[in-house]
Design a protein around this ligand. Sequence first.
Ligand SMILES: Cc1cc2nc3c(=O)[nH]c(=O)nc-3n(C[C@H](O)[C@H](O)[C@H](O)COP(=O)(O)O)c2cc1C
Length: 178
Amino acid sequence: MNVMQAIEDRRSIRVYQDAPVSREQLTAFLEAIRLAPSWKDMQCWQVIVLSEREQIMRLGELLNYNPRREGVFENVPYFIAVAADPSQSGDEQGKPNYMTDVGICLENACLAATEMGLGTCWIGLFDEKAVKEFLGVPDNYRLVALTPLGVPAQAPKPRPRKALADFVHLNRWGNPME
Ligand SMILES: Cc1cc2nc3c(=O)[nH]c(=O)nc-3n(C[C@H](O)[C@H](O)[C@H](O)COP(=O)(O)O)c2cc1C
């Protein structure tokens, strides 16, 4: 599978099979994080791999909102949490690049997962304080995103996207690209 195909095929997967992810697949997922670009190559991220069923279900209880009802915590063999130290990335003109760094590294990994036939689902809506405490994340880190990693038990249709004409400008804002 090439990168463009993985981009096209990736979906947010919220239901998982009771099926394993191999150690090689987990390592490949983490490698895709490791190789990501980052502000001044400072690689501000830290990754927590949750591998115990009971721990994953307890995390699910902390995220007592929509995705849980859809089953995102059931069955899935791994849950991944990505934290970042903002002081290890740039904050130029009010643009905190640690968010960008984590966005890139985790999306790299989500695409690698797609290529391996595995599912992920970005989760950005959670009680950061409660989940940090649960995972023992140090105070100076922000917990940016979570995702399950497992074998999909659903094949959602593509969600709608804007047309290119809705966001591409040629040379100057407002000039459409024909
Ligand atoms: C930064 C970010 C945070 C997200 N947070 C959540 C979330 O908390 N819960 C959830 O169910 N989906 C979450 N999503 C998934 C989006 O809802 C999903 O990517 C979008 O609806 C498009 O669907 P697709 O991923 O299947 O293409 C998040 C996605 C991103 C990029």
